[in-house]
Design a protein around this ligand. Structure first.
Ligand code: EPS
Length: 390
């Protein structure tokens, strides 16, 4: 599978084309819409989310509730486009219209793509950069990810996640029974956190940041269960599944770091306490007695749950001004804005689940074929049996 996204934040729509989805997979718009709803929620979102009611429309590749094997085109309208038709229109403006359209953006916001993109592409109006670099694009990525989640779910693989930290408030390590329990409990939390006492403090931290015109970041975790052993490969650098996942996570807007399993903690713990001992029993075949390595050894899945953390920086669009330079006058000014989220960490945890789901689904189809659901299922069932008895 591969995908491309297109669309500007205040343009007419977000578009996603996914190619290589197996034929005969059951797929409804609701499978995508439920992920879109999850992405739109979460404590700390700004006014834009009241304008948008993201809903997907399939324009190709799905017929009578099933995939055909052809590329799947998904679109989500930007409701806000109604207020931006002239500013974001594709046709040249008349002189009269030009006068009515808001002035060009010549003031780059620190922390955004504005200045680098403007220099790179020679845009004196930085709107040409910021419209595409906006995290609105994560809508389109969630469309691709929701489709991938459906692929995974078809073959018994489940994806969940939780928020571990917001603005310096860390959640306690709370136990959960299984991934369904994790999903149910985080779903009912406004910050997608298992730890109820941290949840309250996180919400308070978001309120405080908002009141001060500031923003806060955090740490989110994705967990995937039911994976077969051996997805990815040790034989070539660009086939290691953990590295593909790391790349996907780092490509989410505002993400600055990624960890697999215990991640950075491995630097300070002796190897005897890091590596997961191998065991075997009749029921599950080979397994690890712990899962410090987050389900990966040698760039391949071990069959243990995949556990990945991502770090999101505070959103750089701030009410509180930061110093910058106007590219026309070269004079300093204070960059501030009228509308923003003060924290998008809960939403980012949904985005992370989805971009990782895509890489894992891709790894699954690489290993077991990608044409038709029945053949893939047969291959997976045989592989589980074979690996257990190996
Ligand atoms: C974003 C700025 C805000 C967010 C937007 C991401 O949009 P606006 O500039 O219209 O106020 O609401 O996020 C979304 C629209 C979304 O769907 O998540 C940015 O600059 O990245």
């Amino acid at each position: 599978m591969r995908y491309l996204t297109a669309g500007e934040s205040h343009g007419p729509q977000q578009t996603t084309i996914v190619e290589g989805v197996p034929a005969n997979m059951e797929l409804l718009e609701e499978d995508i819409n439920k992920e879109l709803r999850r992405r739109q929620g979460g404590y700390g979102r700004g006014r834009r989310m009241q304008i948008e009611k993201d809903k997907v429309q399939f324009l190709s590749g799905v017929r009578h509730g099933k995939t055909t094997g052809a590329p799947i085109t998904m679109v989500v309208e930007n409701n806000d486009f109604k207020s931006w038709e002239q500013i974001m229109g594709s046709e040249p403006l008349t002189e009269e219209e030009e006068k009515n359209v808001k002035r060009k953006i010549s003031r780059p916001r620190p922390g955004h793509a504005d200045l680098n993109g403007a220099i790179k592409y020679n845009h004196r109006d930085m709107r040409n950069v910021l419209e595409r670099s906006s995290a609105r694009e994560t809508t389109a990525r969630v469309c691709a990810g929701a489709l991938a989640k459906k692929v995974l779910q078809t073959f018994g693989i489940d994806v969940g996640g939780q928020v571990l930290e917001i603005g310096g408030i860390e959640a306690e390590d709370i136990e959960y029974k299984d991934i369904y329990d994790l999903k149910e409990r985080t779903e009912s939390s406004p910050v997608r956190c298992l730890d109820k006492s941290a949840e309250e403090k996180m919400m308070q931290a978001i309120d405080d940041a908002k009141q001060k015109g500031d923003s806060i970041g955090g740490v989110v975790q994705t967990v995937i269960t039911g994976v077969p052993v051996g997805m990815g490969s040790h034989v070539q650098y660009d086939r290691k599944l953990d590295s593909k996942i790391a790349g996907a996570v780092m490509s989410i807007n505002a993400f600055k770091g990624v960890e697999v399993g215990i991640g950075f903690d491995a630097a300070s713990i002796p190897g005897s306490q890091v590596h997961d001992e191998i065991a075997w029993d009749q029921d599950q075949g080979y397994y690890r007695k712990s899962n410090n390595l987050g389900g990966f050894e040698g760039g391949m899945t071990t069959g243990m749950p995949l556990v990945i953390q991502g770090v999101m920086k505070p959103i750089p669009t701030l009410y509180k001004p930061l110093q910058s330079v106007d590219i026309e006058s070269k004079e300093p000014f204070n960059a501030s804005i009228e509308r923003s989220d003060s924290c998008a960490v809960p939403a980012a945890s949904v985005v992370m689940e989805n971009v990782i789901a895509f890489e894992v689904a891709q790894g699954l189809l690489d290993m077991f074929g990608s044409d038709r659901v029945d053949a893939i299922q047969q291959n997976i069932t045989e592989h589980f049996k074979w690996a257990r008895e190996f």
